[in-house]
Design a binder for this molecule. Sequence first.
Ligand SMILES: [Zn+2]
Length: 445
Amino acid sequence: MLTWLSKYVFSPLWEFKDGAHRRQYLRELSSSQWLDTDTLCQQQWRRARDAVEYAFRHCPYYQERFAGAGFDGTLRDRRDFRRLPLLTKRDIRANGDGLLSREFRREDLLETRTGGSTGVALNLYFDERCQELRNAASMRSDRWAGRDIGMKVAALWGNPPVADTLKKKLRNLLLDRIIYLDTINIDEGSVRRFVHEWRRENPDIMFGHSHSIYILAMYLRRMGLADIRPRGIISTSMMLFEPERRLIKEVFDCQITNRYGCEEVGLIACECERHEGFHLNIDHLVIEFLREDGTEAAPGEEASIVVTDLINRGMPLIRYRVEDLGVPSDRTCPCGRGLPLMERVTGRQADFLKRPDGSLVAGVSLVERTLTAIPGIEQMQLVQDELHQLCVKVVKDSSFNEVSEHKLHNEFREVFGAGITVEIQYVPALEQTRSGKYRFAICNV
Ligand SMILES: [Zn+2]
């Protein structure tokens, strides 16, 4: 009953009060996902042209940078687009204000700051329409996971927000309807309290970082608690390891839907109910997969992800290097949506480890492969502080034995060669970032 009320009464009322258009945007996005790919690409191209020309006219940074690259203010074709210079995190740091549109006052824009777990924290600004559109795009893809407006959500979050004012409490009671598990301190006591609240509130959807959901699943299994049954699980992490996905499905008896995005541009891609790749959010973004030399990668080839925001006029990001790697796809999804697919995200550029000869190893892929190949490992993290040294932090389970340790040494010797010392450290848990996220490979060299 409260779900119905929240969806059809409180949510529209709240929106009316805020003057928001999210529901209208959601209706539009819900129908555009079924357009054919060509139509969507044409629409995307028109929006890209508008966004680039807008940035050139209204943002001092782009005016100077694009003019320097020979751009005259009109995009004639995609080749013109691909000639535009790339934008890096460093560029945003150095030119923050220059990226803001002169049409907005800074105080009218919404501000956020990225966590900076890759070493560079950024101040970002959005206009309100952009914010509403991003929320709508998230809700569209959340629906693929079985969520709908007004449903109760259990969020697994590091340092969750506290509803301290009456307005926030009301909003949470009637509208957001979220219960939290603080993932910074998961232990049997906090899991028991969470399960108790779950049984009382009975949420529909579980939401959080995939690795935190995995840890919760392990606790529930160990503690013999088998009645946590959401309709769907949404994981916000870029990496969802296959062994983790399997356990999560088993314990909660439902699908887990992985999605990929970032603070800078919102939702980039999400799995649909078929789980055969990630649908790219090309309504709101141009997503390019580029090789090191700047040329376009072929389907199936791992490459650097570069995004252009088509909806944020407050602080446009044009050809922004997210510093993540992904694999484009030319498959079509059997679900029939026209939004093109990406195969997967393979990690962050910052997660690459180094061999003594200077070549790179995709740290997160290595973690996934090892978890799959060697039984007895619950969690693993690779930390490289020196070129000739690698620390492998392992959380064991009861089936871990000498053979597993031997296999672990062999695996890393094979990948890194003999010139590197591998130290295996057994730890009770992996460290998290302040926001409760996990990094599985950290290279400090
Ligand atoms: Zn699909």
